[in-house]
Design a binder for this molecule. Structure first.
Ligand code: ATP
Length: 250
């Protein structure tokens, strides 16, 4: 289509010293879609996230957000443009309540945001309202006063996603949102991502092929720092190169 992608990478390359982690990565994320990135360990998925958020520098190529070149925009200046991410490493204040965690996220005052402070929501009245709205949406309202550290694993992972959602981004990046989860928590996360996709653009790294094939509009398959295939789930699943890369494990 002729729609301007919300985020696009053109021939993106990233090096760590002399090691080439990404080369010639071209990727286009359409607004209001759910887009997943898959690939074997070491394929460069996390490096791609780091490059898109500005945490690592592109050594070649170009990144654009809503058609604007942001290749040389620092990470702290990308966040106010509407990108928020969750990390595999926890970003929660363990001793604070669920509501307090979300309020701080809405105000742009979490440790992650201190590294990359964003505008946040209205610091006076709006943040608590946002926290309550996000709690409802994530089905965490019944544990709103409980300390984050006392939540179940699945609830903590949902709260981490909530911390990104509370910043009111247009594009949400999720790094392996279901890793280490039991089957019920996986189902809840799957439903949550699908729900977020109704009014956000979601880009996520995932190893669980069931989820990827079930909820993605578009799948990008990476291998050895390159894009192997990109397309709708059915096309990707049947691609012979993809099957070879996964040795039939999908
Ligand atoms: P996984 O699924 O295991 O998380 P991935 O697809 O996210 O893997 P990356 O973490 O992006 O892969 O790593 C891609 C390659 O870059 C790997 O070979 C990794 O060892 C290397 N790499 C990652 N970070 C660095 C770094 N800071 N310095 C040097 N090499 C790195």
């Amino acid at each position: 289509s002729t729609q301007v992608p919300i985020l696009a990478a053109d021939n993106l390359g990233v090096r760590y010293g002399s090691f080439v982690a990404l080369s010639d990565v071209t990727l286009s994320i359409r607004p209001n879609t759910i887009h997943s990135v898959i690939g074997p360990n070491g394929a460069g998925k996390t490096t791609l996230f780091h490059a898109l958020t500005g945490r690592v520098r592109a050594s070649s190529g170009r990144i654009s957000l809503n058609g604007r070149d942001i290749t040389h925009v620092s990470d702290d200046k990308r966040v106010p443009l509407g990108i928020a991410r969750s990390f595999q490493v926890t970003s929660l204040f363990q001793n604070l309540s669920v509501r307090e965690n979300l309020r701080l996220a809405a105000q742009g005052r979490t440790p992650l945001q201190a590294l990359a402070p964003w505008r946040g929501v209205d610091p006076r009245g709006g943040a608590l309202a946002v926290a309550d709205e996000v709690m409802e949406r994530l089905e965490l309202a019944h544990v709103s006063e409980r300390a984050a550290g006392e939540l179940s694993h699945g609830q903590q992972r949902r709260l981490e996603v909530g911390m990104a959602v509370a910043a009111k981004p247009r594009l949400i990046l999720l790094d392996e949102p279901t890793s280490g989860m039991g089957i019920d928590d996986v189902e809840a996360m799957k439903a949550l991502i699908r729900d977020l996709g109704r009014d956000h653009t979601v880009l996520f790294i995932e190893h669980n092929m069931g989820i990827v094939m079930n909820i993605s509009d578009t799948v990008t398959v990476m291998r050895a720092g390159r894009v192997l295939v990109e397309g709708p789930p059915a096309l990707v699943r049947d691609d012979p190169e993809v099957r070879r890369a996964y040795l039939g494990n999908m």
